[in-house]
Design a protein around this ligand. Structure first.
Ligand SMILES: *Cc1c(COP(=O)(O)O)cnc(C)c1O
Length: 355
């Protein structure tokens, strides 16, 4: 294993001259700002948004640095984690030539982002119980494989992948391993952030959209070596995180303990929901979940999904996804929402499954 960032970087990115924004050239807060063609009188909103925001979101990164125990220059913030994923394709994958490996069933954005960037996708399915096939994955690597996407806890199955398997892949690949930890707050498994010092070919993705309850703000995090972070900072849109988002994220970060309280409530509800679902005759199997959702195999996924829609209860039909035949994915809601769902499912059971 000999990872070299220069070897996987697209040559034109190495020589790219990034856009230098007004706020790059002078980053002080005090002064008379006549550099960015802003409106000097303010905004028509209660709070003022007339000034361009910090392009590198340093205040947020300082706070995150303490919470995540990693230096600020190893943190990237994107317009959702999806932006980080897209920037990786642009930095490392030559369209029509390079490829990436994904591990279905997995998060859909990796393949969509590959498609947008005209990058070929190789697939190595998980096992029937949704674990990695490390040997097969390593065998699928060729000279043009730039990125392997691993999602743990995995969406849509919900389970955490085995550390030994993840480590094996990282150690047998000269390209970049992206470990998507969108659901890390819901599990007792440790994040891989602590291992970044040793693993130079690893990028970890997390998000404010799930446990932090900020999906609408669109902000995701990536953690990697400072060399990798520097590259994606060079190619990102200059002001990719809005000023409003930055204010609100700082507000949330100041109350990180309350995030943990919400997570505990969600985890308690997950146990309740799982116990109740297991008693329904239409539920054939509930997969073990380290996330804030449950994947379950049912008697007739399409019909049950449609029945719930009629009751204005929206879940995710995953039955067309590989290895997820007859499977539905349910996000853990509040007690009231979960009870509404369970009532509707009982109604379906009584109408359809009794002789
Ligand atoms: C929800 C989710 C994300 C988060 O995406 P954002 O763009 O940050 O909202 C990332 N990865 C996985 C696997 C997810 O399920």
């Amino acid at each position: 294993m000999s990872f070299s960032l220069d070897k996987i970087l697209r040559p034109h990115i190495a020589y790219l001259q990034p856009y230098s924004s007004a706020r790059d050239e002078y980053s002080g807060k005090e002064g008379v700002f006549l550099d960015a063609n802003e409106n000097p009188y303010g905004s028509l909103t209660e709070d003022a948004f007339n000034r361009y925001p910090d392009p590198y979101q340093l205040e947020i990164k300082q706070k995150l640095s303490l919470i995540k125990n990693i230096p600020s220059d190893q943190i990237f913030l994107g317009n959702g984690s999806d932006e980080a994923i897209d920037l990786l394709f642009r930095a490392f994958c030559i369209p029509g030539k390079d490829n990436v490996i994904i591990l279905p069933p997995t998060y859909g954005m990796y393949e969509v982002s590959a498609g947008i960037n005209d990058v070929m996708v190789k697939k190595v399915n998980l096992t029937a119980d949704f674990h990695l096939r490390p040997k097969e994955i390593v065998e699928a690597i060729d000279d043009h494989t730039k990125i392997i996407f691993i999602c743990s806890p995995n969406n849509p199955s919900g389970n955490s992948l085995k550390k030994d398997d993840i480590d094996y892949i990282i150690h047998h690949f000269n390209g970049l391993v992206v470990l998507d930890e969108a659901y890390i707050d819901f599990t007792t498994e440790a994040s891989y952030i602590g291992k970044l010092d040793k693993l130079k070919n690893l990028m970890i993705i997390q998000t404010f959209s799930k446990a932090w309850g900020l999906a609408s703000l669109r902000i995701g995090m990536a953690f990697a070596s400072k060399e990798i972070i520097r590259i994606i900072n060079r190619i990102k849109p200059p002001y990719n995180i809005s000023g409003l988002t930055q204010v609100k994220v700082l507000e949330a970060l100041a109350q990180a303990d309350k995030k943990d309280e919400m997570v505990s409530r969600i985890l308690k509800e997950k146990i309740f929901l799982e116990e109740q679902l297991a008693q329904l005759p239409i539920v054939l199997h509930i997969y073990p979940s380290d996330a804030n959702f449950l994947l379950m195999k049912v008697t007739d996924a399409k019909k049950i999904y449609g029945f719930l829609i009629e009751d204005q209860i929206i879940i995710r039909d995953r039955s067309k996804v590989v290895l997820c035949e007859q499977c539905l994915r349910i996000t853990v809601g509040t007690r009231e929402e979960n009870t509404t769902l369970l009532t509707s499912l009982s109604k379906y059971s009584n109408l359809n499954e009794r002789p």
